[in-house]
Design a protein around this ligand. Structure first.
Ligand code: FAD
Ligand code: FES
Length: 330
């Protein structure tokens, strides 16, 4: 039994198999919808259900309904949905690569940077901002954003925040040595730099959320772009901005780039911005109607930023792109 999934306000339609989520069905048909965790946690895949019935777990939802999670919703009739975005996707692009550990360092106690190199002659195509999956033989898979620019396609740089009890960030990372093999699958994700726009960009990142943003900015530098970018990077304390000298260097060199570090628990020695990072953006730019925003890291920050930017500052909903770093193991 298959059902027809139609995308509202478009001529796009595709079939969904019995027990298939709308997100999986869209991807199988060659389309990309917004997603991040694929676990029903981050809300990135939220869409309007215009008509028809879907099931999420044991719950049946009948349209019209708002905020339906397409990574969990399985059609139980023909349906019409209205996602935030839908784009064509390159289904052949994902690769499994046995990479090797080239460098592992800990700029702070909380964050490790892991540099993986691919075997000679293997290159991975990805877009600035996308992520990869680290896989292990026991079936464990963990998501980490690529911090290197896509032009550096012979390896992957990852910024990994230590999670107490975390399978990869604690147990696996502690045992990794130079030259060890790490199996990855690459690339994934809808969080990538949109190059079909020349809107000025605001990047807003917490902690290791800097990783995908770094990829985007280094990509723009290599392309000799002059598109305006302002980065707000937040941590609790100064050491949480584990590579602060890098965006400071960019800001000194490139007139199109600005950097605003923001701390939530600053000590007396900090003379910079304090408080919630998304409120700092609103203080500086009360009208976001002409901007494009990329937000990554803490899921709560992203939820608040999306709500306040669209409601208070006129940011169009489809100009807010997000990568909430949802935990996998829970
Ligand atoms: C698209 C995407 C991109 C991301 N990019 C990054 C990035 O660039 N950098 C980054 O640092 N993070 C990133 N994250 C977040 C990262 O994937 C998660 O934090 C991931 O869970 C870390 O893996 P881990 O193995 O270290 O921890 P996990 O093993 O996943 O543990 C997470 C939590 O679950 C608990 N737990 C584990 N197993 C169990 C169990 N069996 N029962 C109960 N509790 C359990 C752990 O104690 C811990 O509190 C990203 C997430 C997404 C979705
Ligand atoms: S809730 Fe669906 S992708 Fe996160």
């Amino acid at each position: 039994m298959t059902y027809n999934v139609a995308i509202g306000h478009s001529d796009i339609a595709f079939p969904a198999d019995r027990d298939e989520t709308v997100l999986d069905a869209a991807e199988r048909a060659g389309y990309s919808l917004p997603y991040s965790c694929r676990k029903g946690v981050c809300s990135t895949c939220e869409a309007g259900l215009r008509a028809g019935t879907v099931e999420i777990g044991s719950r049946s939802i009948e349209g019209p309904a708002s905020a339906v999670l397409l990574c969990r919703a399985k059609p139980k009739s023909d349906i019409i949905v209205h996602p935030r975005r839908i784009e064509r996707r390159d289904v052949s692009a994902t690769k499994v690569i046995d990479a090797w550990v080239f460098r592992l360092s800990w700029p702070t106690e909380e964050v490790a940077t892991l540099l993986l190199r691919f075997p000679v002659s293997i290159r991975a195509k990805f877009k600035a901002g996308q992520y990869l999956r680290v896989k292990s033989p026991d079936g464990m898979a963990r998501n980490f954003s690529l911090a290197n620019a896509p032009q550096e396609s012979d390896g992957a740089q990852l910024h990994i925040r230590h999670i107490d009890g975390g399978h990869f960030s604690e147990a696996v990372l502690a045992g990794l040595k130079l030259g060890d093999r790490v199996r990855i699958e690459i690339p994934f994700g809808d969080f990538f730099l949109r190059e079909d726009s020349d809107r000025p960009i605001i990047c807003i990142a917490t902690g290791a959320g800097f990783a995908p943003v770094k990829s985007m900015i280094e990509y723009l530098i290599r392309r000799e772009s002059t598109r305006a970018v302002r980065l707000y990077w937040s941590g609790r304390q100064a050491q949480d901005l584990y590579m602060r000298e890098l965006p400071e260097k960019w800001a000194a060199k490139w007139p199109w780039f600005e950097f605003v570090p923001v701390l939530t628990n600053a000590d007396a020695s900090w003379s910079g911005r304090k408080g919630l990072v998304h409120r700092a953006v609103l203080e500086d730019v009360p009208d976001l109607s002409n901007f494009q925003v990329y937000a990554s890291g803490n899921p709560l920050m992203i939820r608040k930023a999306r709500a306040d930017f669209t409601r208070e500052a006129g940011l169009p909903e489809d100009q807010f792109f997000a990568e909430p770093f949802v935990l996998t193991g829970t």
